[in-house]
Design a binder for this molecule. Structure first.
Ligand code: GDP
Ligand code: IMO
Ligand code: MG
Length: 425
């Protein structure tokens, strides 16, 4: 399997990092293809918890080259900090590569993010305030600075200072605060550029040469299908394309090279921030999912909204991403439930929908149709094989497979690296 994509199928935090970490064993390169440090990717190794934001989840293996590809937006101060924090814990980041084409996030992007959210008032998106949207907007406007610009120190300092001056004036005009252009230029064009420079390279050629030499690549998505800028619940989305097509543009690897697309799916649903959520459970089941599943954002600490698994949504995700299989995570979170529900379709005025709603008004009007199953009320944690799972849990997996039409190849039974059951093809 030379190229595998790992993609979230819901609204993020499905447990992508844990599956990426597991698969990284069999891959030479683990490549982040979009998003930025809005992501929070947790890996638990021997009880130690690592929360990654920009650094790919393959960094824990000595044989893996972690790559931040061209589709990612990079806050260089954050990157330096994340590398330092990992290295302080004994994780070697020296193999890390950063695409020269990756766009950079600067303080004015964060300031614009905050101003835009304030302006939206009650209609705010609930962004992570990391400057993601404004940085991608500059990329699309062709005004952004890229990591490769840091390679020429003098030109970068000039370009940075003139952009910072313009952005400072703009922020003041919009009612924000002026920037300290000289101090920022000294920091970004000085010590930060110096720290980041050694990682910068042409990752497109690097990855193609690796493929030609027979290496296996794992392309790691951040966020998820329903946060996709084109296919998600716009405007309550992020500003990049987490769907599998984004793995092609975000790395420079063509679609024909990809042979496996794993849809990471939580056994229930969560969503951080605003936006529609048809199966949201505003009751004791939803509370239990949040409590038992520790559903609090890694990046912002916000409580994630919780609800039942939605296979209508998953069928759409399967189409959008060409999914080949599903990894179903956090099934253990439902261990104590007397009842588990699976949404199998949507209705409006009693009429079943044939397609996932095209707009927010339609999505807001749907009534989910549920299939109720008895809970297993047994701890899944110790299971190592599929047939060691209780019959009621296996039934849950069967229903998911039938409804989505894809095999469930991995089942998460706990946060730890080895707390997982695999079902081979
Ligand atoms: P990501 O953003 O998709 O990588 O997911 P996050 O790391 O933000 O959130 C997933 C959370 O669930 C993390 O705290 C993981 O340690 C945890 N987790 C992952 N898989 C499992 C699982 O199968 N069971 C349990 N109980 N926790 C899991
Ligand atoms: P991982 O990779 C969950 C959400 C934010 C907000 C919207 C837009 O850990 O799954 P942004 O800052 O991107 O402009 O915010 O997207 N969001 C996430 N939700 N997991 C994430 O990443 C997210 N990254 C962004 O909460 O609703
Ligand atoms: Mg996360």
């Amino acid at each position: 399997m030379p190229v595998t994509v790992v993609v979230g199928t819901q609204w993020g935090d499905e447990g992508k990092a844990k599956i990426t970490d597991l698969l990284a064993k069999e891959h030479g390169y683990v490549v982040r293809y979009q998003g930025g440090h809005n992501a929070g990717h947790t890996v638990v190794i021997n009880g130690e918890r690592y929360a990654l934001q920009l650094v790919p989840s393959g960094v824990f293996y000595d044989h893996v080259v972690p790559v931040i590809a061209n589709g990612v937006v990079v806050d260089p101060v954050h990157l330096v900090d994340e590398i330092e924090r990992l290295e302080a814990r004994g994780i070697d980041c020296s193999r890390l590569k950063l695409s020269s084409h990756a766009h950079l996030i600067f303080p004015w992007h964060r300031a614009h993010d905050a101003l835009a959210e304030a302006r939206r008032g009650d209609a705010k998106i609930g962004t992570t305030l990391k400057g993601i949207g404004p940085a991608y907007a500059d990329k699309a406007s062709r005004t952004g600075l890229r990591a490769g610009d840091m390679l020429d120190a003098v030109r970068f300092a000039e370009h940075f200072a003139s952009t910072a001056k313009y952005e400072s004036d703009l922020l003041v005009a919009l009612g924000g605060e002026a920037l300290d252009v000289d101090a920022l230029t000294a920091l970004y064009a000085g010590s930060i550029a110096e720290r980041v420079r050694p990682y910068i390279t042409n990752t497109v050629s690097l990855l193609h040469d690796a493929l030609d030499a027979g290496a296996h690549l794992l392309l790691e998505g951040a966020q998820a299908t329903f946060l996709d800028l084109d296919h998600g619940t716009y405007p309550f989305v992020t500003s990049s394309n987490p769907t599998a097509g984004g793995a092609c543009t975000g790395t420079g690897i063509g679609p024909k090279s990809i042979d496996r697309v794993i849809g990471i799916t939580k056994a229930y649903c969560t969503r951080v921030g605003a936006g529609p959520f048809p199966t949201e459970a505003l009751d004791s089941y939803g509370e239990a999912m949040a409590d038992i599943g520790h559903e609090f954002g890694t990046v912002t600490g916000r409580r994630r909204r919780t609800g039942w698994l939605d296979t209508f949504m998953l069928r759409h995700a399967a189409r959008l991403n060409s999914l080949t299989e599903i990894a179903l995570t956090k099934l253990d979170v439902l261990d104590s439930f007397d009842l588990v529900r699976i949404c199998t379709g949507y209705e409006i005025d009693g009429e079943p929908l044939q397609h996932y709603p095209d707009g927010l008004d339609e999505l807001a009007a749907v009534t989910p149709v549920y299939r109720d199953l008895p809970g297993w009320q047994t701890e899944l944690r110790s299971a190592k094989e599929i047939d060691e799972l209780p019959a009621a849990a296996r039934k849950f997996l069967d229903v998911v497979e039938q409804e989505v039409g894809l095999p469930v190849r991995f089942v998460g039974t706990g946060p730890g690296r080895d707390e997982l059951v695999q079902r081979l093809a």
